[in-house]
Design a protein around this ligand. Structure first.
Ligand code: KIV
Length: 263
């Protein structure tokens, strides 16, 4: 049976963790869902791991449509989430709706948009018109130049407060999911506890409702970024499938991320 937003909602209500991995093609879509991954994120990280770019900024809507179509052809069960790439969600709610609609037509069931409260109007516009949104806060890679690098966010009292407020505002605007990247585990836990929607963490500790990693990072294939939260699941596995199953099991049983992989 196809995983939907309602499936994730039920898992959240039953305090059951769900698993997310990035995915960019049909073959891996089949492999990942057969290994029990609940959500396939067609991430604009494809700019790094597929296209060889230093940032995600050059990824286009056409790139995202192409890879979403590939993933949709391979996935029968897993929910498909697609990233809105840089420049496709910042201009206006109407422009974003137009672009998000193309990702849905390519097979996405939900779109992910980077940004805090500034995106609230857009999130409301899309969700009121039938497009589910995952809001992405904390380290938002499309703003890497604004942040001056891939740095931990929310570590001062003021920035932590801002992130909590952003999370609340985005939930009120209708976001179905909230993804937090590179934030202290204690802050992500606090945000998870105040919200009534599932949270997905990457470098955000183990208290989130779900976890995501970039596939090529957790398979130990992409060595450019040496970030503390990345775990190479191939280290104790004999095959890609075993590594992915170990990730799924570790997330579901609260064994990943552990202290070693959080801030
Ligand atoms: O593009 C991506 O892979 C992402 C993850 C880092 C969450 O947005």
């Amino acid at each position: 049976m196809k995983t939907t937003i309602s499936t994730l909602r039920k898992m959240y209500e039953n305090s059951e963790k769900f698993t997310v991995l990035t995915c960019y093609d049909a073959l891996f879509a089949r492999i990942l869902e057969n290994c029990g991954v609940d959500v396939l994120l067609v991430g604009d990280s494809l700019g790094n791991v597929i296209q060889g770019e230093k940032t995600t900024l050059s990824v286009t809507l056409d790139d995202m449509i192409y890879h979403t179509r590939c993933v949709a052809r391979g996935a029968e069960k897993a929910l498909i989430m697609a990233d809105m790439p840089f420049g496709t969600s910042q201009l206006s709610p109407q422009h974003t709706f137009d672009n998000a609609g193309k990702l849905l037509a390519a097979g996405a069931q939900i779109v992910k948009i980077e940004g805090g409260r500034i995106m609230a109007e857009t999130v409301a516009f899309l969700t009121q018109r039938g497009i589910p949104v995952c809001a992405h806060i904390g380290l938002t890679p499309q703003s890497v130049h604004q942040f001056g690098g891939y740095k931990l966010q929310g570590h001062s009292e003021t920035s932590a407060r801002q992130l909590i407020d952003d999370a609340r505002i985005l939930e009120e605007s209708g976001a179905a999911l909230l993804l937090m990247e590179l934030v202290p585990a204690a802050l992500a836990k606090q945000i998870t506890e105040v919200l009534h929607i599932p949270t997905i963490g990457i470098g955000a500790g183990g208290a989130c409702s779900a976890q995501v990693l970039v596939l090529h990072d957790m398979l130990g294939l992409y060595q450019e970024k040496k970030l503390k939260f990345i775990k190479n699941f191939m280290e104790n596995a004999c095959s890609i499938q075993e590594a992915i199953r170990n990730y799924v099991e570790a997330v579901k049983n609260n064994r990943f991320p552990d202290r070693e992989h959080e801030y």
